[in-house]
Design a protein around this ligand. Structure first.
Ligand code: ADP
Length: 279
């Protein structure tokens, strides 16, 4: 399972990403988290990204593309991944497409969490208040001023990705304003319906299905019929081979006979009695 979560800051990408991780056993790849780790560790990438992030602007494409290229090659990403916060620009999306093609991988979908922008500020303020109450360390960019910048960056650089993926038939919009569990359920439904293309292409036309448990029974009966038929003459064998389906049975029914079953195949009365006794 390979999914992209698209949506503005505060849309709930992180929450839904964690649920996808739990459901599909895949890894969450959040460029925001990776960059924050790089900043904390003081790596060259971290030093480059620190001030850009604090202003709520986007880190250069080449930096995040290099991070993602390395990350999706690690063994733990082999089962799949949910990308949260990447891609964030059209060039990043194009680079991701190239990376996937090179590795022979396909995306299962791009989930767009659609939210009302006016609500975002309130949501993030609530998140900040809750974190403060729990005594957790706040993100440097989690303040109203920087948030406006993050939203502006989203509108200008990331929102066009919806059109990019829609044109490729990969966009799956979800109402991100619904309660968390409902958003999760909507995502589940969207992903359940999307499978790898070849599986869809070979899908058989729909026909009524019998309960799964009956299949082996039918198989056994068919074997028995073949065994029984072996001793018969060729003409009789052919006749039993033709005995298929209700329409055929009706055709073969003798006039005046209520049951379509030929007399010779009726269960003999003594065996029926034995069955009744056994019960
Ligand atoms: P948000 O809650 O705003 O979606 P993230 O944790 O995803 O925050 O990202 C925090 C910051 O990290 C962004 O504002 C940006 O500076 C930087 N960043 C994260 N992902 C990317 C990316 N794909 N491209 C450029 N910058 C990124």
């Amino acid at each position: 399972m390979r999914v992209i979560l698209l949506g503005p800051p505060g849309a709930g990408k992180g929450t839904q990403a964690q649920r996808l991780v739990a459901k599909y056993g895949i890894v969450q790849l959040s460029t925001g988290d990776m960059l924050r780790a790089a900043v904390a560790a003081g790596t060259p990438v971290g030093l480059r990204a620190k001030h850009i992030m604090e202003r709520g602007e986007l880190v250069p494409d080449d930096v995040v593309i290099a991070i993602i290229a390395e990350r999706i090659s690690r063994p733990d990403a082999a089962r799949g991944f949910v990308l949260d916060g990447f891609p964030r620009t059209v060039p990043q999306a194009q680079a991701l497409d190239r990376l996937l093609v090179e590795r022979g991988l396909k995306l299962d979908g791009v989930i767009e969490l659609k939210v009302d922008e006016d609500m975002l500020l309130a949501r993030i303020q609530k998140r900040v208040a809750e974190m403060t109450a729990r005594g957790e360390k706040l993100r440097a960019d989690d303040n109203p001023e920087v948030l406006k910048g993050r939203l502006a960056a989203y509108r200008a650089q990331t929102a066009p990705l919806a059109g990019y993926y829609d044109a490729k038939g990969q966009l799956k919009p979800v109402d991100g304003m619904a309660p968390i569990d409902e958003v999760t359920a909507a995502i589940d439904r969207l992903l359940a319906g999307s499978g790898p293309a070849p599986a869809k292409a070979v899908e058989k036309p729909a026909r009524p299905r019998k309960p799964a448990g009956r299949a082996p029974k039918r198989g056994r009966r068919a074997t028995r019929t073949v065994k029984k038929a072996r001793g018969k003459k060729a003409s009789t064998r052919k006749a039993s081979g033709r005995r298929k389906g209700r329409a055929a049975a009706v055709k073969r029914r003798k006039p005046g006979r209520k049951s379509g079953r030929p007399a010779r195949t009726r269960r003999n009365p003594s065996s029926r009695r034995r069955l009744t006794k056994a019960r």
